[in-house]
Design a protein around this ligand. Sequence first.
Ligand SMILES: NC(=O)c1ccc[n+]([C@@H]2O[C@H](COP(=O)([O-])OP(=O)(O)OC[C@H]3O[C@@H](n4cnc5c(N)ncnc54)[C@H](O)[C@@H]3O)[C@@H](O)[C@H]2O)c1
Ligand SMILES: [Zn+2]
Ligand SMILES: [Zn+2]
Length: 391
Amino acid sequence: MKALCWQGVNELSVEQVPDPAILNAQDAIVKVTASTTCGSDLHLLGGYIPAMRAGDVIGHEFIGEIVDVGPEVSRHRPGDRVVVCSIIGCGRCWACRHDEWSLCENSNPNPGVTDLMWGGTTAGIFGYSHAMGGFRGSHAEYIRVPFVDYNAFTVPEGVSDLDALFASDAAPTGWMGAELGGVRPGDVVAVWGCGAVGQMAARAAMLLGAERVVAIDRYPERLAMTARHVGCEVIDYTSTDVTAELRERTGGRGPDVCVEAVGMEADSTGIQRVYDGVKQQLRLEQDRPIAVREAIHACRKGGSVFVLGVFAGFVDKFPLGALMNKGLTLRGAQQHGQRYIPKLLDRIAKGDLKTSYLATHTMTLDEGPKGYDMFKHKKDGCVRAVFRPWA
Ligand SMILES: NC(=O)c1ccc[n+]([C@@H]2O[C@H](COP(=O)([O-])OP(=O)(O)OC[C@H]3O[C@@H](n4cnc5c(N)ncnc54)[C@H](O)[C@@H]3O)[C@@H](O)[C@H]2O)c1
Ligand SMILES: [Zn+2]
Ligand SMILES: [Zn+2]
């Protein structure tokens, strides 16, 4: 079959790879009908995620049709149109039973590196390095889905492919940031990043009753899209002092909840970008936590900061003093999609959550390298490039 493979830093190619096969009794094979780029893939492309190997198939946010199931699969059968969670849960371990699916204790067969670095590992993630299990990704014609009963969700009739697609990763991630960030009715919420994840977090905050939601980015198309489709306020960080502006809009107090949806390759107009960029290049720190620092600084006393952006390791100049003295709560997680996907599909079906507009560019799998180039450099207003291998 055809697949989009990582070949090295900023190097992708479309290759023929062996078809996937059922390896375990709870597996299914899914024919991928749509698979999208995600900001997390940019960290792979940039070479910031360890344990990638040339030839690895990338991609983790996808929908498709089940074409084969193992003998112990009970909830799905061939022909089902499904959205699959980007992060793999086993459904039976302590973490999965406590609804903390991205912390699954069984689905990552290579916990060594991350156990050492973090003192614990995450679940397996499709197409996301050998440290996250070495699973083949979804930018391919077919994919093997382990523990399919827990990880695939039948898409209701009336929900289009492009709407269901973002229930795999961007929408549940955003929802988790708002919900576990503790958004309550009447809150003021600030979201850093107007990619698909930030937009979904902002929308979730509104649906959870926030009185005011402010989203921050630099790209005019993304800011305009967020204002139009999410319906929240926006700030361009290149022309505005974000912290001062957030204070101004919150009666001097700062937002109750700050959601960071930027990650380890954050940008800035100030000296921080140079400082963190140089240290990251020299491998003296792994991540550029610019938006995390800003969120901690801007947050109201006693408020909470949720880190949705992906970070790999150790950072420098972390404002621990602000965190401690302002009484902040700081959390983060890979997304617990299995907990949110059914509810999100309902909301999408009812029309209170819109997602398909995020698919700014749709193309074939052969155009994968071009799609990533557009997405990485935000060319032509690209928010998400969607590959449709069979279209
Ligand atoms: N926690 C999870 O399970 C999970 C799931 C999906 C994605 N992610 C992560 O979420 C992050 C966002 O993903 P995405 O797909 O929306 O990516 P994206 O690249 O499309 O969007 C990131 C946005 O952040 C903006 N940005 C950069 N620096 C900023 C700053 N200082 N202040 C405000 N905005 C800034 C960029 O301009 C860009 O628009 C990535 O780090 C990704 O890895 C996490
Ligand atoms: Zn993702
Ligand atoms: Zn588990």
